[in-house]
Design a protein around this ligand. Sequence first.
Ligand code: NAD
Ligand code: DAU
Length: 332
Amino acid sequence: MQRLLVTGGAGFIGSNFVHYVLENTDDHVTVLDKLTYAGNRESLRGLPEDRFTFVEGDITDAALVDGLVAETDVVVHYAAESHNDNSLHDPRPFLDTNIIGTYTLIEAARKHSKRFHHISTDEVYGDLELDDPERFTEQTPYNPSSPYSSTKAGSDLLVRAWVRSFGLQATISNCSNNYGPYQHVEKFIPRQITNVIDGVRPKLYGKGENVRDWIHANDHSSAVLAIIAKGTIGETYLIGADGEKNNKDVVELILKHMGQSPDAYDHVVDRPGHDLRYAIDSTKLRDELGWEPKFSNFDAGIEDTIDWYRNNEQWWRPQKAATEAKYKEQGQ
Ligand code: NAD
Ligand code: DAU
């Protein structure tokens, strides 16, 4: 039994990780989450009280963080401002949470000599051409494009520096695009599913040819647990499940599963600086730690995700109107 401190555990991937840990291990989980617009306490409803504690608070609050880190065995750091579009309109919270928040956590982990796992993104590597035979590896140079991805890149570099200069017992993972339940309706897949539920046509940025490398959130969780258990301190692991799809194909799949015509979507204004393609080579994680994805049928995974949003309208409905109003202001 380990005690895990999970930052950002009320967000999309963090809450999926908390459910996964409580279902698949005997670990105790404490979540530290600020409950920003992206955090939802409902995503953690009904968890076993003897194995789960929720603390509402900010990862930049050094005194709070110090006390919680002192009482844990492993810090698993998911908390972040995570949406590229938001970072283009108001970058400041991204600097505060992603940079200062990570700094605050690694200082506490260093002081109390605690194991630290840093959750990051493939976006730190920039993007690839559509016909590039290469994929991102742990050796790909950093080249982030947006305020979001540059703050994530900065946080990765802080963790690496703390490993080298202070002997922080840390690992880092950079994962591709996740899908699954509990994802905020601002993100691509839930936005389109909930639009169709509302009788609104899906919105594709630009031509829709941008490629994302989709992985189910549960596969991300199993990879993080493998790295915490067996990863080498100081190492970075890329997490991906060979799930490359362009956005147009994803929208058409959603429309098909929701009984709509495959061309019942609109093209809208493109995202400035929009990364063209992400693709992960996860050979290191598979060969060194023996990890494999289990949710490799994207078609079935999308059907399950559609069912989840159909059956959990009370979870997403409160955010939908404000999210769409914000997109409308931006012509998206
Ligand atoms: P999310 O926006 O759904 O959730 C973020 C959570 O962090 C929310 O619960 C929010 O309340 C909390 N939070 C934000 N600022 C905080 C602060 N200052 N203090 C405490 N809590 C705070 O994000 P997500 O999509 O679940 O992403 C989680 C992590 O995974 C991020 O680090 C992100 O960079 C990384 N990641 C995401 C993806 C993806 O596809 N979504 C892929 C790879 C990596
Ligand atoms: O690659 C990992 C990253 O994936 C994470 O680090 C980020 O936290 C996460 O938000 C995600 O970033 P993206 O920018 O790729 O995700 P998003 O869901 O915003 O968009 C996915 C793709 O869909 C992208 O090419 C933009 C496009 N898009 C998005 C929206 C919201 C549309 O075409 N229409 C839309 O309405």
